[in-house]
Structure formats: C-alpha cells, structure tokens
Design a protein around this ligand. Structure first.
Ligand code: GDP
Length: 137
C-alpha cells in the first residue's frame, strides 16, 4: 500500500462537486487517511507550486488556488500515486475523457477540479506540506 496527495481544487468545491469527487474516491477503492478543507493563502499556494514559478501561467494559477476553499487529502491504495492520476485524467479538462474527474468536473487547462502528485517522492513532500504526522488516521 502507498499514499498519495490529492486536492479537490477551488473550482470543484465552489461548484458543489466535492461530495461527488469524494464518492468516486471511495468507489475506486482508496482509503482516505487524512482530509481537511483549507483556504490557501498566497504564500502557501506559491510555495506549493514553486516548481512552476517561471511559467507564464504561474500568476493565474496562484490566483485560482487562492480564490476559495480546497479539500486536501491523503489517499491510500496499491500504487496510489498512479491510480489517482488515472482517475483524475490528463491536465487539460477539455481533453480529459468523460468518466475521469477532470473530464467530468473540470472546465479548462487551469480549472481542472483536482490535483495529484506526479511521483511517490513528490507525494511524500506534498503530504508533509499540508499535513502534520498527527493528522493521519
Ligand atoms: P498536473 O500535474 O496535471 O496538475 O499538471 P502540471 O504540473 O503541469 O500543472 C500544475 C497545474 O497548473 C495544473 O493542474 C493546472 O491547474 C495549472 N496549469 C498548467 N498549465 C496551465 C496553463 O497553461 N494555464 C493555466 N491557467 N494553468 C495551467
């Protein structure tokens, strides 16, 4: 079993889709080990996406991620990192297949409803960015 870091982004929370996405997480066999609703400050969002700081969309991304509450989660499953990326679908919601989270709940490249770590190594870093050891069940 392994754990990955997931987010239900502000667009999906705002649209009332957090419940639907959590249902899909349960139905797909993940165990939720930690979960909370947070409203990211600018420094928290900038720190989380620091790897993208020189990209042209960085300002827009930080604006979006601070625009409302986000659900952050620790998800456990066999090969959780890849399994969650598969369930989310590709980054661009307009190209994500129906039946994926981004295909069904995202609306664009930026507003794509969800986040998932891109490697096991980054999953550990991202989990510890948002959760203390005492917050895992
Ligand atoms: P991910 O790993 O699939 O989330 O994709 P990336 O690591 O490449 O990008 C991180 C996040 O930045 C994406 O999930 C999008 O929300 C956002 N993003 C990526 N490319 C663009 C873009 O061209 N425009 C905007 N506005 N946001 C983008």
């Amino acid at each position: 079993m392994s754990m990955t870091f997931a987010m239900i982004k502000p667009d999906a929370v705002r649209a009332g889709n957090a419940g639907n996405i959590i249902q899909r997480i349960n139905d797909s066999g993940f165990t939720i080990r930690a979960m909370k609703l947070i409203h990211m400050t600018r420094p928290i969002a900038e720190g989380f996406y620091a790897v993208h700081k020189d990209r042209p969309f960085f300002g827009e991304l930080v604006e979006f991620m601070t625009s409302g509450p986000t659900v952050v989660l620790a998800l456990e499953k066999e090969n959780a990192q890849q399994a969650w990326r598969d369930l989310m679908g590709p980054t661009d919601s307009t190209k994500a297949p129906k039946g994926t989270i981004r295909g069904d709940f995202g609306t664009s490249m930026g507003e794509n409803a969800s986040h998932g770590s891109d490697s096991d190594e980054n999953a550990k870093i991202e989990l510890s960015y948002f959760f203390n050891a005492t917050e895992f069940c």
